[in-house]
Design a protein around this ligand. Structure first.
Ligand code: ATP
Ligand code: ZN
Length: 210
């Protein structure tokens, strides 16, 4: 039987919960921080530990059969993959936020303003759907400090508790999308028996948690 490959985040917010979910499915594997690939001893599966940004494309291209990644990353990379299961962790929202001392109080006021983000694709679609033309400034991190530096009038970033926004003098202003970790598979192998077996195990772990 062919060995499946599942890509999960190597380190970061989704790593621990992804490992815990797979272990709770009865899968036996070593979780060395230094290894990029770890075989499962009691199921025909290998675990690839990757940057989350790379996971959707690896799954789309068939380098990994399955992946666990935030819906926000899947949407931003515009890949074609199958959604198998929402996993209930890594919950967050992509929000537009503005400095708490400004007068912006409706979306149309973002016309002609600049918005800094690491999610230009999702933000671009959202603004287009709302008929708003803003100047999207794509940056690779520390988005929340850009208004304070005079780089942008607003930001669009992931928020869970809102603590980071608040400590940077920003207030959430509009919801762009909500997200959680999703189990995805390559479009071609949705009906593989091994994948079905794995999805069933994951679903029973999730049910036991309810
Ligand atoms: P990598 O090194 O793998 O590229 P990263 O720094 O891009 O990691 P993390 O910050 O670990 O990513 O976030 C991974 C995912 O966790 C996000 O894409 C998102 O789906 C989810 N998430 C949940 N809450 C938050 C939050 N408050 N801020 C950012 N991401 C969050
Ligand atoms: Zn990342």
């Amino acid at each position: 039987m062919k060995t499946l490959k599942i890509a999960i985040q190597k380190s970061g917010r989704l790593n621990e919960k992804s490992v815990e979910l797979l272990k709770n499915c009865g899968l036996n594997f070593e979780n060395y921080k230094s290894s990029l690939i770890s075989p499962v001893s009691n199921f025909p599966l290998e675990i690839l530990f990757l940057r989350d940004d790379d996971i959707p494309e690896y799954v789309q291209d068939g380098i990994a059969d399955l992946g666990i990644v935030g819906e926000n990353v899947i949407e931003e990379t515009e890949v074609e993959v199958n959604y198998l299961q929402r996993l209930g962790f890594g919950k967050c929202s992509l929000k537009i936020a503005v400095p708490n001392n400004n007068t912006i109080n409706e979306l149309s006021q973002l016309n002609g303003r600049s918005i800094a983000t690491t999610y230009p694709v999702i933000l671009g679609k959202f603004l287009k759907a709302q008929g708003i033309q803003s100047d999207i400034r794509t940056i690779s991190g520390s988005v929340e400090i850009s208004p304070g530096l005079g780089l942008a009038d607003a930001i669009c970033d992931l928020v869970s508790t809102g603590g980071t926004l608040k400590s940077n003098g920003l207030i959430p202003f509009a919801d762009v999308m909500s997200s959680e970790a999703i189990l995805i598979c390559n479009n071609k192998n949705g009906d593989s028996e091994l994948i079905k077996e794995l999805v069933q195990r994951i679903q029973s772990v999730l049910r036991a948690k309810e």
